[in-house]
Design a binder for this molecule. Sequence first.
Ligand code: UDP
Length: 241
Amino acid sequence: MRIDVLGVGFDDLTASEAASAAVCHFSGGAAAPAYAVTPNPEIVWLARKNSALRDAISGAALVLPDGIGIVYGARILGTPLKERVPGIDFAAALLASLAERGGGVYLLGAKPGVAETAGDKLRETYPGLVIAGTRDGYFEDDAAVIAEINAKAPDLLLVCLGAPKQELWIAKNIAGLAVGLAIGLGGALDVWAGTVKRAPERWRRLGLEWLYRLLREPRRIGRMMSLPKFLFAVIWRRIRG
Ligand code: UDP
């Protein structure tokens, strides 16, 4: 049973439980390709008015709460989630596990050159990890990209096209992808490549990663206005029972 936060169901797992559940989808595990999504309050807010996005999220094998706002939201609604599971940390745990077994990952998304640089850095961080392929996120022809991914048949496909584009792309194409697990991962490739800096550990522990991001990229203010709207909607729902 998923925990409902304004119409989006979240799996109530710790970060390590989520990683164990995901690893089952690598080759030799579950037969059909599966995908995981990590919605933040902005995505939950978007999903209220976007049924294709709601369907894409509910079709995922794993729906994990990326963003402290989701954890607060669930708590305010009286159905707390165990913990926040940031997508980038979830993916890092899977990469470490893949490296141990010599498994492969395909990196899809971000501006030209970023996925390659991220791949080089990840190879250094996780010796044994196979970078099965990389490709930027500015393409028109889905079929050509899917054929390229399928030729590599990676255990893990990281789709970093930004939300909600990546969730919709994965849901539409998952049945035709020869991968174990696909994950929508926003700006993770930019962080691994070093083109975007993630909030320092102390900010993250305080649940202030969103504020750090806003201070570094003030143009995100428009998108981030969905956060207070999300919190008001959660409080309103709680008050109305
Ligand atoms: N992006 C992409 N293709 C597109 C639009 C965006 O590959 O058509 C990439 C963009 O270059 C960036 C990432 O998607 O690397 C979006 O990062 P962001 O931090 O905005 O992710 P979000 O906060 O939306 O999850």
